[in-house]
Design a protein around this ligand. Structure first.
Ligand code: SF4
Length: 106
């Protein structure tokens, strides 16, 4: 799993490292033609500090990370595949599904 990077994310994060957006993309990102977005080349994310398990660029992290788990991002039916993927490890997504089950009486 990788975050996606908007043009603004790339500008902000590359500037933080004193790189041009092109240098940053060349070093860390690949363009996914199918999804049409910029993603990490490696996993786990290069900005994950493996000693303390915290994001090393938390204050300037990609919008995709700050908006996780994306509950209001798109209509539920258009994003259900992402919620299904997240339910195993995201308490917020799990709570949303529980709430929906109660509402639907299932
Ligand atoms: S929150 Fe930070 S470490 Fe986690 S995926 Fe996003 S940029 Fe990488």
């Amino acid at each position: 799993m990788t975050p996606t990077y908007t043009t603004e994310d790339i500008k902000r994060i590359s500037a933080h490292f004193g790189q041009t957006p092109k240098q940053f993309k060349d070093q860390w990102l690949k363009f996914d033609k199918k999804e049409k977005d910029w993603q990490n080349k490696i996993q786990p994310c290069q900005f994950l500090n493996l000693r303390d398990h915290k994001c090393s660029i938390y204050e300037i992290r990609p919008l995709d990370c700050s908006g996780f788990p994306h509950l209001p991002k798109k209509k539920m039916v258009d994003y259900i595949h992402v919620h299904k993927q997240n339910i195993e490890y995201c308490p917020a997504t799990y709570a949303m599904v529980e709430k929906m089950q109660k509402m639907l009486g299932v």
